[in-house]
Design a protein around this ligand. Structure first.
Ligand SMILES: Cc1cc2nc3c(=O)[nH]c(=O)nc-3n(C[C@H](O)[C@H](O)[C@H](O)COP(=O)(O)OP(=O)(O)OC[C@H]3O[C@@H](n4cnc5c(N)ncnc54)[C@H](O)[C@@H]3O)c2cc1C
Ligand code: SF4
Length: 345
């Protein structure tokens, strides 16, 4: 019987919640450990989800209901910093040295957002009218409008792709996968609230991998008059009236371009979670060349870490959208059950 077995899950984002609910529904004892006072992870800050403008709150509420009904024990305000294997069981500890014991562990501690101040030439944290895609989500969620720092409606807005992704200077050469479509979604939202504004997306190339992503891109151009310019931004300068001058190159036309706008939105990338390095100590869990948690086999089994009994779920493995994170977490739960079945004696 594996029903008396105990699984500890680190991280109460959507991936951790889904894995916890699936395992508890199968009768296992599950402890979900979250460092914040609430579960739901990054989705708590998102306004609407691409590609269909679905409510992130509904996703979180459904997962809360699932974890409650299945009897998951949720522990809040607890940040796990150490995983060790002692006498055949796992011991997890937080910074206050609180201990949790389990027969298997799922790491679902998610991703970190790129710190846009590191891209100094874009002036985030220096120029008031440069914000990030995350600031935009929070603004839309709390205020439902976009104003300049001078409290006027911006007439021209630039959205900059690949900030902290596909950029050797920042150390992140990989693509964060979700920001192209996030930028398109945000451009449409701006056009809806500021229909007279001009909106420009500056991209290297558009990576629209998902179902309906391309149609949203066409819709953005046709219905919302969003203009897409292929070119990498070199720098932003602030003008006397706090508007911004962008220096870039239109690489399709092959000519340098200077454009003045009122607001810039930086599409910041997804970075490996802050706890990943801590988890590699005291056990055989490893990270890949980018710092994401390394699966034992990226083709057939992305949910098993390089340590027997420690599993991975969601964006702790690599950038993923909501649906992939949830599906991936369900697969992680299945791997845990197989492992416990195999080791039940
Ligand atoms: C700007 C932006 C917009 C996005 N918009 C969309 C969208 O519209 N549609 C879409 O499909 N996807 C979107 N995504 C992707 C989406 O945010 C992710 O798919 C989702 O957040 C992944 O969930 P997760 O549980 O893997 O990670 P997270 O959301 O990062 O959750 C991880 C959880 O673990 C906790 N945690 C971390 N470390 C520890 C620790 N050591 N101990 C205990 N707890 C810990 C954290 O507090 C957090 O609650 C967007 C991403 C970005 C960057
Ligand atoms: S998804 Fe788009 S914006 Fe994000 S890193 Fe990839 S190419 Fe750049």
């Amino acid at each position: 019987m594996i029903k008396n077995k105990h699984v500890a899950i680190i991280g109460g984002g959507i991936a951790g919640m889904e894995a916890a609910a699936v395992l508890a529904k199968q009768g296992l004892k599950v402890t979900l450990i979250e460092k914040e006072a609430i579960t739901g992870g990054k989705l708590n800050d998102w306004h609407h989800l691409f590609p269909d403008f679905f409510s992130p709150k509904t996703v979180i509420d459904n997962l809360i209901a699932k974890t409650n009904h299945s009897g998951v024990n949720v522990v809040y305000n607890t940040e796990i910093s150490k995983i060790e294997k002692l006498n055949g069981r796992f011991e997890l500890s937080d910074e206050r040295d609180t201990k949790f014991y389990s027969d298997a562990v799922i790491i679902a501690s998610g991703f970190r957002l790129f710190d846009a101040t590191l891209k100094e030439e874009y002036g985030y944290g220096i120029f008031d009218n440069v914000i990030t895609s995350v600031d935009f989500e929070k603004l839309m969620k709390t205020e439902g409008k976009l104003l300049t720092a001078q409290k006027t409606e911006p007439k021209r807005i630039a959205i900059i792709h690949c900030v902290g992704s596909r950029d050797a200077k920042t150390g992140n050469t990989y693509c964060s996968k979700v920001c192209c479509i996030t930028g398109i979604k945000q451009a449409i939202e701006i056009n809806k609230i500021l229909p007279d504004s001009e909106i420009y997306c500056f991209y290297m190339d558009l990576r629209l991998y998902g179902l309906n992503f391309d149609s949203l891109y066409l819709h953005a151009q046709k219905q919302h008059k969003i203009q897409f310019i292929r070119g990498r931004l070199s720098e932003i300068a602030e003008r006397f009236d706090k508007s911004l001058q962008l220096k870039t190159e239109d690489t399709l036309q092959g000519r340098p371009l200077r454009i003045n706008v009122d607001t810039v939105i930086l599409l910041i990338g997804m970075e490996p979670g802050a706890s990943n390095n801590l988890f590699t100590k005291n056990n055989k869990v490893t990270i890949d060349e980018n710092g994401f948690m390394k699966p034992i086999n990226m083709h057939e089994n992305r949910n098993s870490s390089t340590h027997d009994g420690i599993f991975l779920a969601g964006t702790v493995i690599c950038p993923m959208a909501v649906n992939e994170s949830i599906e991936n977490a369900r697969a992680a739960a299945f791997e845990v059950i197989s492992y416990l079945e195999k080791n039940k004696l």
